[in-house]
Ligand binder design. Structure first.
Ligand code: TRP
Length: 467
Protein backbone atom coordinates (compact mmCIF):
# COMPACT_ATOMS: atom_id res chain seq x y z
CA UNK A 1 0.00 0.00 0.00
CA UNK A 2 2.77 2.42 -0.82
CA UNK A 3 1.44 5.68 -2.04
CA UNK A 4 4.28 7.25 -3.85
CA UNK A 5 4.54 10.96 -3.95
CA UNK A 6 7.05 12.56 -6.29
CA UNK A 7 9.24 15.53 -5.53
CA UNK A 8 8.76 18.56 -7.76
CA UNK A 9 12.45 19.35 -7.45
CA UNK A 10 13.74 16.19 -9.14
CA UNK A 11 15.13 12.85 -7.96
CA UNK A 12 18.48 11.11 -7.69
CA UNK A 13 19.19 8.56 -10.40
CA UNK A 14 19.79 5.81 -7.84
CA UNK A 15 20.40 5.06 -4.20
CA UNK A 16 24.11 5.51 -4.91
CA UNK A 17 23.58 9.13 -5.78
CA UNK A 18 21.85 9.60 -2.44
CA UNK A 19 24.89 8.04 -0.79
CA UNK A 20 27.15 10.41 -2.74
CA UNK A 21 25.01 13.37 -1.82
CA UNK A 22 24.59 12.55 1.85
CA UNK A 23 28.26 11.63 2.18
CA UNK A 24 29.15 14.83 0.34
CA UNK A 25 27.08 16.74 2.84
CA UNK A 26 28.48 14.90 5.84
CA UNK A 27 32.13 15.01 4.82
CA UNK A 28 33.32 18.57 5.07
CA UNK A 29 35.22 21.05 7.16
CA UNK A 30 33.81 19.13 10.12
CA UNK A 31 35.92 16.11 9.22
CA UNK A 32 39.07 17.73 7.95
CA UNK A 33 39.29 20.92 9.99
CA UNK A 34 37.16 20.54 13.13
CA UNK A 35 37.60 16.87 13.97
CA UNK A 36 41.41 16.89 14.06
CA UNK A 37 41.64 20.09 16.07
CA UNK A 38 38.98 19.02 18.55
CA UNK A 39 40.71 15.67 18.94
CA UNK A 40 43.91 17.57 19.60
CA UNK A 41 42.26 19.83 22.18
CA UNK A 42 40.34 17.15 24.03
CA UNK A 43 43.11 14.64 24.43
CA UNK A 44 43.21 12.33 21.41
CA UNK A 45 41.84 8.82 21.94
CA UNK A 46 39.45 9.77 24.73
CA UNK A 47 37.64 12.21 22.46
CA UNK A 48 37.60 9.76 19.57
CA UNK A 49 35.78 7.19 21.70
CA UNK A 50 33.10 9.61 22.86
CA UNK A 51 32.70 10.79 19.29
CA UNK A 52 32.15 7.25 18.02
CA UNK A 53 29.60 6.53 20.74
CA UNK A 54 27.67 9.70 19.90
CA UNK A 55 27.76 8.95 16.17
CA UNK A 56 26.39 5.43 16.48
CA UNK A 57 23.94 5.77 19.35
CA UNK A 58 22.56 9.22 18.61
CA UNK A 59 23.68 10.52 15.23
CA UNK A 60 22.73 7.54 13.09
CA UNK A 61 19.23 7.06 14.55
CA UNK A 62 18.58 10.74 13.83
CA UNK A 63 19.89 10.37 10.32
CA UNK A 64 17.54 7.42 9.79
CA UNK A 65 14.66 9.52 11.07
CA UNK A 66 15.48 12.42 8.77
CA UNK A 67 15.90 10.28 5.70
CA UNK A 68 12.65 8.44 6.17
CA UNK A 69 10.66 11.58 6.92
CA UNK A 70 12.08 13.16 3.77
CA UNK A 71 11.37 10.21 1.54
CA UNK A 72 7.88 9.74 2.89
CA UNK A 73 7.08 13.43 2.53
CA UNK A 74 8.84 14.13 -0.79
CA UNK A 75 8.89 17.88 -0.14
CA UNK A 76 11.07 20.43 1.59
CA UNK A 77 11.58 19.54 5.27
CA UNK A 78 9.01 22.09 6.44
CA UNK A 79 6.27 20.81 4.15
CA UNK A 80 7.19 17.14 4.57
CA UNK A 81 6.80 17.42 8.32
CA UNK A 82 3.60 19.39 7.96
CA UNK A 83 1.92 16.91 5.64
CA UNK A 84 3.08 13.81 7.51
CA UNK A 85 1.91 15.32 10.80
CA UNK A 86 -1.52 16.04 9.36
CA UNK A 87 -1.74 12.52 7.91
CA UNK A 88 -0.87 11.06 11.29
CA UNK A 89 -3.44 13.26 13.01
CA UNK A 90 -0.78 15.24 14.86
CA UNK A 91 -0.23 18.97 15.11
CA UNK A 92 1.17 20.69 11.99
CA UNK A 93 3.31 22.68 14.42
CA UNK A 94 5.88 19.88 14.14
CA UNK A 95 6.98 21.69 11.00
CA UNK A 96 8.37 24.48 13.18
CA UNK A 97 11.27 22.19 13.98
CA UNK A 98 12.13 22.13 10.29
CA UNK A 99 11.71 25.88 10.06
CA UNK A 100 14.17 26.31 12.89
CA UNK A 101 16.50 23.81 11.23
CA UNK A 102 16.31 25.72 7.98
CA UNK A 103 17.41 28.91 9.71
CA UNK A 104 20.16 27.03 11.58
CA UNK A 105 21.46 25.64 8.27
CA UNK A 106 21.60 29.15 6.79
CA UNK A 107 23.44 30.40 9.88
CA UNK A 108 25.96 27.59 9.58
CA UNK A 109 26.44 28.38 5.91
CA UNK A 110 27.20 31.99 6.81
CA UNK A 111 30.36 31.12 8.74
CA UNK A 112 31.17 27.94 6.86
CA UNK A 113 31.60 30.01 3.73
CA UNK A 114 34.14 32.27 5.45
CA UNK A 115 36.27 29.34 6.65
CA UNK A 116 35.95 27.55 3.32
CA UNK A 117 37.13 30.80 1.76
CA UNK A 118 40.40 30.48 3.71
CA UNK A 119 41.08 27.27 1.84
CA UNK A 120 40.75 29.16 -1.46
CA UNK A 121 43.37 31.61 -0.23
CA UNK A 122 45.60 28.75 0.89
CA UNK A 123 45.35 26.89 -2.42
CA UNK A 124 46.84 29.95 -4.05
CA UNK A 125 49.56 30.67 -1.50
CA UNK A 126 50.51 27.00 -1.28
CA UNK A 127 50.69 26.74 -5.04
CA UNK A 128 52.85 29.86 -5.25
CA UNK A 129 55.28 28.45 -2.70
CA UNK A 130 54.63 31.18 -0.13
CA UNK A 131 55.13 28.67 2.67
CA UNK A 132 58.42 27.18 1.47
CA UNK A 133 60.73 26.80 4.45
CA UNK A 134 58.42 28.83 6.67
CA UNK A 135 58.79 28.85 10.48
CA UNK A 136 55.96 28.38 12.96
CA UNK A 137 55.95 32.13 13.69
CA UNK A 138 55.93 32.84 9.99
CA UNK A 139 52.90 30.62 9.42
CA UNK A 140 51.11 32.11 12.41
CA UNK A 141 51.79 35.56 11.00
CA UNK A 142 50.56 34.52 7.55
CA UNK A 143 47.30 33.22 9.01
CA UNK A 144 47.00 36.35 11.12
CA UNK A 145 47.56 38.49 8.06
CA UNK A 146 44.71 36.72 6.30
CA UNK A 147 42.21 36.88 9.14
CA UNK A 148 43.01 40.48 10.00
CA UNK A 149 42.36 41.66 6.46
CA UNK A 150 38.59 42.10 6.04
CA UNK A 151 38.89 42.74 2.31
CA UNK A 152 40.77 39.54 1.59
CA UNK A 153 38.32 37.55 3.73
CA UNK A 154 35.38 39.18 1.98
CA UNK A 155 36.77 38.34 -1.42
CA UNK A 156 37.09 34.60 -0.68
CA UNK A 157 33.85 34.45 1.28
CA UNK A 158 32.03 36.00 -1.68
CA UNK A 159 33.63 33.63 -4.15
CA UNK A 160 32.75 30.57 -2.10
CA UNK A 161 29.15 31.72 -1.70
CA UNK A 162 28.95 32.14 -5.48
CA UNK A 163 30.24 28.59 -6.01
CA UNK A 164 27.60 27.28 -3.62
CA UNK A 165 24.77 29.25 -5.18
CA UNK A 166 25.84 28.25 -8.66
CA UNK A 167 25.42 24.51 -8.02
CA UNK A 168 22.14 24.95 -6.17
CA UNK A 169 20.63 27.25 -8.78
CA UNK A 170 21.23 24.64 -11.49
CA UNK A 171 18.98 22.21 -9.67
CA UNK A 172 19.00 18.73 -8.19
CA UNK A 173 20.05 16.76 -11.25
CA UNK A 174 22.01 19.20 -13.42
CA UNK A 175 23.67 20.89 -10.46
CA UNK A 176 23.95 18.71 -7.41
CA UNK A 177 24.04 15.26 -8.96
CA UNK A 178 26.45 16.21 -11.72
CA UNK A 179 28.76 18.11 -9.37
CA UNK A 180 28.80 15.33 -6.81
CA UNK A 181 29.63 12.68 -9.37
CA UNK A 182 32.81 14.56 -10.21
CA UNK A 183 33.80 15.92 -6.82
CA UNK A 184 33.29 12.95 -4.53
CA UNK A 185 35.61 10.46 -6.27
CA UNK A 186 38.22 13.20 -6.49
CA UNK A 187 37.87 13.79 -2.77
CA UNK A 188 38.53 10.17 -1.92
CA UNK A 189 41.51 9.92 -4.24
CA UNK A 190 43.07 13.09 -2.80
CA UNK A 191 42.54 11.85 0.74
CA UNK A 192 44.23 8.54 0.01
CA UNK A 193 47.15 10.30 -1.67
CA UNK A 194 47.57 12.41 1.44
CA UNK A 195 47.36 9.39 3.73
CA UNK A 196 49.97 7.58 1.64
CA UNK A 197 52.13 10.62 1.95
CA UNK A 198 51.81 10.86 5.73
CA UNK A 199 52.95 7.25 5.98
CA UNK A 200 56.27 8.28 4.51
CA UNK A 201 56.91 11.00 7.11
CA UNK A 202 58.29 8.54 9.64
CA UNK A 203 55.83 9.75 12.28
CA UNK A 204 52.85 7.69 11.27
CA UNK A 205 52.77 5.53 14.39
CA UNK A 206 53.02 8.58 16.63
CA UNK A 207 49.93 9.99 14.95
CA UNK A 208 48.21 6.64 15.23
CA UNK A 209 48.85 6.37 18.95
CA UNK A 210 47.72 9.92 19.51
CA UNK A 211 44.37 9.17 17.86
CA UNK A 212 43.72 5.76 19.30
CA UNK A 213 45.46 5.51 22.66
CA UNK A 214 42.89 5.57 25.36
CA UNK A 215 43.31 8.03 28.24
CA UNK A 216 40.52 7.26 30.74
CA UNK A 217 41.11 10.44 32.74
CA UNK A 218 40.16 12.67 29.83
CA UNK A 219 37.05 10.76 28.86
CA UNK A 220 34.58 13.31 30.20
CA UNK A 221 36.44 16.43 29.05
CA UNK A 222 35.01 16.37 25.61
CA UNK A 223 31.61 14.65 25.84
CA UNK A 224 29.61 17.80 25.24
CA UNK A 225 31.84 18.82 22.39
CA UNK A 226 31.71 15.28 20.99
CA UNK A 227 27.92 15.26 20.92
CA UNK A 228 27.73 18.66 19.22
CA UNK A 229 30.31 17.51 16.75
CA UNK A 230 28.48 14.25 16.00
CA UNK A 231 25.51 16.34 14.85
CA UNK A 232 27.67 18.70 12.88
CA UNK A 233 29.70 16.08 11.09
CA UNK A 234 26.69 13.99 10.08
CA UNK A 235 24.81 17.13 8.95
CA UNK A 236 21.81 16.14 11.06
CA UNK A 237 19.42 18.34 12.98
CA UNK A 238 18.63 20.92 10.32
CA UNK A 239 16.96 19.04 7.46
CA UNK A 240 19.94 18.75 5.08
CA UNK A 241 19.70 14.98 5.10
CA UNK A 242 15.91 15.15 5.11
CA UNK A 243 15.78 17.17 1.91
CA UNK A 244 18.22 14.77 0.24
CA UNK A 245 16.01 11.90 1.41
CA UNK A 246 13.12 13.49 -0.46
CA UNK A 247 15.00 12.91 -3.72
CA UNK A 248 15.79 9.26 -2.94
CA UNK A 249 14.33 6.40 -4.99
CA UNK A 250 11.52 4.40 -3.45
CA UNK A 251 13.04 0.89 -3.52
CA UNK A 252 16.29 1.63 -1.67
CA UNK A 253 16.75 0.39 1.89
CA UNK A 254 17.20 3.42 4.10
CA UNK A 255 18.80 1.34 6.83
CA UNK A 256 21.72 0.10 4.72
CA UNK A 257 22.11 3.42 2.96
CA UNK A 258 22.33 5.53 6.09
CA UNK A 259 24.76 3.12 7.71
CA UNK A 260 27.00 3.44 4.66
CA UNK A 261 26.94 7.22 4.94
CA UNK A 262 27.72 7.17 8.66
CA UNK A 263 30.57 4.74 8.25
CA UNK A 264 32.05 6.68 5.32
CA UNK A 265 31.89 9.93 7.25
CA UNK A 266 33.62 8.37 10.24
CA UNK A 267 36.27 6.78 8.05
CA UNK A 268 37.02 10.10 6.40
CA UNK A 269 37.38 11.84 9.76
CA UNK A 270 39.71 9.14 11.09
CA UNK A 271 41.68 9.10 7.85
CA UNK A 272 41.99 12.86 7.94
CA UNK A 273 43.30 12.55 11.50
CA UNK A 274 45.71 9.81 10.47
CA UNK A 275 46.88 11.90 7.54
CA UNK A 276 47.22 15.11 9.54
CA UNK A 277 48.80 14.26 12.87
CA UNK A 278 51.90 12.51 11.48
CA UNK A 279 52.53 15.65 9.41
CA UNK A 280 52.04 17.79 12.51
CA UNK A 281 54.48 15.63 14.48
CA UNK A 282 56.94 15.50 11.60
CA UNK A 283 57.03 19.29 11.70
CA UNK A 284 57.66 19.16 15.47
CA UNK A 285 54.38 20.98 16.17
CA UNK A 286 51.73 20.82 18.89
CA UNK A 287 48.53 18.86 18.17
CA UNK A 288 46.52 20.99 20.58
CA UNK A 289 46.69 24.20 18.57
CA UNK A 290 42.91 24.64 18.23
CA UNK A 291 41.12 26.04 15.17
CA UNK A 292 44.40 27.19 13.70
CA UNK A 293 45.68 23.60 13.48
CA UNK A 294 44.94 23.16 9.82
CA UNK A 295 45.81 26.69 8.75
CA UNK A 296 48.89 27.34 10.86
CA UNK A 297 50.60 24.08 11.68
CA UNK A 298 50.00 22.34 8.38
CA UNK A 299 51.62 25.02 6.22
CA UNK A 300 54.68 24.79 8.46
CA UNK A 301 54.73 21.06 8.03
CA UNK A 302 54.15 21.24 4.29
CA UNK A 303 56.65 24.07 3.93
CA UNK A 304 59.43 21.99 5.40
CA UNK A 305 59.06 18.53 3.96
CA UNK A 306 59.79 17.01 0.60
CA UNK A 307 57.07 17.64 -2.01
CA UNK A 308 55.32 19.78 0.57
CA UNK A 309 54.34 22.49 -1.90
CA UNK A 310 52.55 20.02 -4.14
CA UNK A 311 50.98 18.03 -1.31
CA UNK A 312 49.89 21.17 0.47
CA UNK A 313 48.15 22.47 -2.62
CA UNK A 314 46.46 19.10 -3.09
CA UNK A 315 45.38 19.19 0.52
CA UNK A 316 43.67 22.55 0.33
CA UNK A 317 41.93 21.61 -2.92
CA UNK A 318 40.60 18.62 -0.98
CA UNK A 319 39.34 20.91 1.75
CA UNK A 320 37.63 23.13 -0.79
CA UNK A 321 35.81 20.26 -2.48
CA UNK A 322 34.71 18.77 0.82
CA UNK A 323 33.39 22.14 1.97
CA UNK A 324 31.61 22.78 -1.31
CA UNK A 325 29.68 19.49 -1.30
CA UNK A 326 28.62 20.32 2.28
CA UNK A 327 27.66 23.94 1.79
CA UNK A 328 25.18 23.09 -0.96
CA UNK A 329 23.31 20.86 1.48
CA UNK A 330 22.88 23.77 3.88
CA UNK A 331 21.18 25.90 1.26
CA UNK A 332 18.95 23.24 -0.28
CA UNK A 333 16.30 22.89 2.49
CA UNK A 334 15.48 26.60 2.38
CA UNK A 335 15.63 26.80 -1.41
CA UNK A 336 13.27 23.82 -1.76
CA UNK A 337 10.91 25.37 0.76
CA UNK A 338 10.79 28.80 -0.84
CA UNK A 339 10.35 27.34 -4.32
CA UNK A 340 7.36 25.38 -3.03
CA UNK A 341 5.97 28.32 -1.18
CA UNK A 342 6.51 31.23 -3.53
CA UNK A 343 6.54 29.42 -6.89
CA UNK A 344 9.48 31.59 -7.89
CA UNK A 345 12.35 30.10 -9.88
CA UNK A 346 15.18 28.21 -8.18
CA UNK A 347 17.67 30.71 -9.51
CA UNK A 348 15.80 33.63 -7.98
CA UNK A 349 15.26 32.01 -4.60
CA UNK A 350 18.88 30.83 -4.48
CA UNK A 351 20.18 34.32 -5.20
CA UNK A 352 18.12 35.90 -2.46
CA UNK A 353 19.11 33.31 0.15
CA UNK A 354 22.78 33.26 -0.80
CA UNK A 355 22.87 37.04 -0.53
CA UNK A 356 21.30 36.86 2.91
CA UNK A 357 23.82 34.26 4.11
CA UNK A 358 26.60 36.33 2.62
CA UNK A 359 25.47 39.34 4.64
CA UNK A 360 25.32 37.39 7.92
CA UNK A 361 28.71 35.91 7.00
CA UNK A 362 30.12 39.43 6.93
CA UNK A 363 29.57 39.40 10.70
CA UNK A 364 31.99 36.47 10.90
CA UNK A 365 34.45 38.17 8.56
CA UNK A 366 34.52 41.24 10.80
CA UNK A 367 34.67 39.22 14.01
CA UNK A 368 38.26 38.29 13.14
CA UNK A 369 39.40 41.88 12.85
CA UNK A 370 37.59 45.20 13.30
CA UNK A 371 34.73 43.74 15.37
CA UNK A 372 36.80 41.26 17.39
CA UNK A 373 35.66 43.01 20.57
CA UNK A 374 31.96 42.65 19.90
CA UNK A 375 31.08 39.92 22.41
CA UNK A 376 27.86 37.96 22.77
CA UNK A 377 26.64 35.56 25.46
CA UNK A 378 28.73 37.21 28.16
CA UNK A 379 28.58 35.51 31.57
CA UNK A 380 30.11 38.20 33.77
CA UNK A 381 30.32 38.35 37.59
CA UNK A 382 27.39 40.73 37.75
CA UNK A 383 25.20 38.59 35.53
CA UNK A 384 24.55 37.57 31.97
CA UNK A 385 24.61 39.93 29.02
CA UNK A 386 23.60 39.07 25.49
CA UNK A 387 25.92 41.65 24.04
CA UNK A 388 28.77 43.79 25.29
CA UNK A 389 31.53 45.57 23.44
CA UNK A 390 34.98 44.62 24.68
CA UNK A 391 33.83 42.21 27.42
CA UNK A 392 36.46 39.94 28.97
CA UNK A 393 34.82 36.59 28.41
CA UNK A 394 32.02 35.90 25.99
CA UNK A 395 32.19 34.87 22.38
CA UNK A 396 32.74 36.89 19.26
CA UNK A 397 30.20 36.75 16.44
CA UNK A 398 31.77 33.72 14.76
CA UNK A 399 32.06 31.71 17.99
CA UNK A 400 28.52 32.68 18.96
CA UNK A 401 26.98 31.39 15.76
CA UNK A 402 29.05 28.22 15.94
CA UNK A 403 27.99 27.73 19.57
CA UNK A 404 24.34 28.59 19.00
CA UNK A 405 24.05 26.16 16.08
CA UNK A 406 26.23 23.19 17.15
CA UNK A 407 25.35 23.17 20.83
CA UNK A 408 21.75 24.33 20.81
CA UNK A 409 19.91 24.38 17.48
CA UNK A 410 21.26 21.13 16.00
CA UNK A 411 20.52 19.02 19.10
CA UNK A 412 17.03 20.54 19.42
CA UNK A 413 16.26 19.97 15.74
CA UNK A 414 17.60 16.42 15.84
CA UNK A 415 15.58 15.69 18.96
CA UNK A 416 12.37 16.89 17.29
CA UNK A 417 12.99 14.86 14.12
CA UNK A 418 13.78 11.62 15.91
CA UNK A 419 10.82 12.03 18.27
CA UNK A 420 8.56 12.65 15.31
CA UNK A 421 9.71 9.48 13.53
CA UNK A 422 9.68 7.44 16.73
CA UNK A 423 6.45 8.59 18.35
CA UNK A 424 4.26 10.33 15.77
CA UNK A 425 4.65 8.18 12.67
CA UNK A 426 3.15 4.72 12.81
CA UNK A 427 5.41 1.80 13.59
CA UNK A 428 4.50 0.15 10.26
CA UNK A 429 5.34 3.28 8.32
CA UNK A 430 8.76 3.43 9.91
CA UNK A 431 9.36 -0.27 9.30
CA UNK A 432 8.35 -0.08 5.63
CA UNK A 433 10.45 2.98 4.94
CA UNK A 434 13.57 1.69 6.65
CA UNK A 435 13.26 -1.64 4.81
CA UNK A 436 16.12 -3.13 6.82
CA UNK A 437 18.07 -5.90 5.14
CA UNK A 438 17.77 -7.86 8.37
CA UNK A 439 14.21 -7.31 9.60
CA UNK A 440 15.04 -8.90 12.93
CA UNK A 441 17.09 -5.84 13.76
CA UNK A 442 14.08 -3.57 13.45
CA UNK A 443 13.00 -3.59 17.11
CA UNK A 444 16.52 -2.54 18.11
CA UNK A 445 16.73 0.22 15.56
CA UNK A 446 13.26 1.44 16.44
CA UNK A 447 14.15 1.46 20.11
CA UNK A 448 17.28 3.48 19.36
CA UNK A 449 15.08 6.03 17.58
CA UNK A 450 12.40 6.18 20.24
CA UNK A 451 14.47 6.06 23.41
CA UNK A 452 18.25 5.93 23.15
CA UNK A 453 18.84 8.86 20.81
CA UNK A 454 16.34 11.24 22.46
CA UNK A 455 17.70 10.43 25.91
CA UNK A 456 21.26 10.88 24.70
CA UNK A 457 20.48 14.32 23.33
CA UNK A 458 18.56 15.33 26.44
CA UNK A 459 21.27 14.27 28.86
CA UNK A 460 23.98 16.12 27.01
CA UNK A 461 21.74 19.11 26.48
CA UNK A 462 20.89 19.44 30.17
CA UNK A 463 24.52 18.87 31.11
CA UNK A 464 25.42 21.74 28.80
CA UNK A 465 22.95 24.09 30.46
CA UNK A 466 23.95 23.34 34.07
CA UNK A 467 27.67 23.15 33.36
N1 TRP B 1 28.64 17.92 7.95
C1 TRP B 1 29.37 18.98 7.35
C2 TRP B 1 30.80 18.97 7.84
O1 TRP B 1 31.19 18.11 8.56
C3 TRP B 1 28.74 20.31 7.58
C4 TRP B 1 27.29 20.35 7.31
C5 TRP B 1 26.65 20.20 6.13
C6 TRP B 1 26.31 20.57 8.25
N2 TRP B 1 25.31 20.30 6.29
C7 TRP B 1 25.07 20.53 7.59
C8 TRP B 1 26.39 20.76 9.60
C9 TRP B 1 23.92 20.69 8.30
C10 TRP B 1 25.23 20.94 10.31
C11 TRP B 1 24.00 20.88 9.66
O2 TRP B 1 31.55 19.84 7.50
Amino acid sequence: MTRDKVSIHGAWASRWVFILAATGSAVGLGNIWKFPYMTGMYGGGAFVIMYLVCIFLVGLPIMLAETLIGRRGRQSPVNSLKSLALEAGASPKWSWAALMGMVAALLILSFYSVVAGWSLDYIISMGRGTFDGISAEGAGAAFGALTSDPWRLTLWHSLFMLLTGFVIARGVVAGLERGLRIMMPLLFVLLLVLLGYSMTTGHFMQGFHFLFDFQPDRLLDGVLAAMGHAFFTLSVGVGSIMVYGAYMPRQASIGATVLTVGVLDTLVALTAGLALFPIVFAGGLEPSAGPGLMFVTLPVAFGNIAFGQLMGTVFFILVLIAAWTSSISMLEPAVAYLVERTQRSRAFVTSVLALLCWLVGMGTVLSFNVAADAKFFVFAEDGFRLFQWGAEGGRNFFDSIDYLTSRILLPLGGLAFVLFAGWVLQRETVRDELALRHPRLFPWVYWAMRVVAPLGVLIVFVAELVK
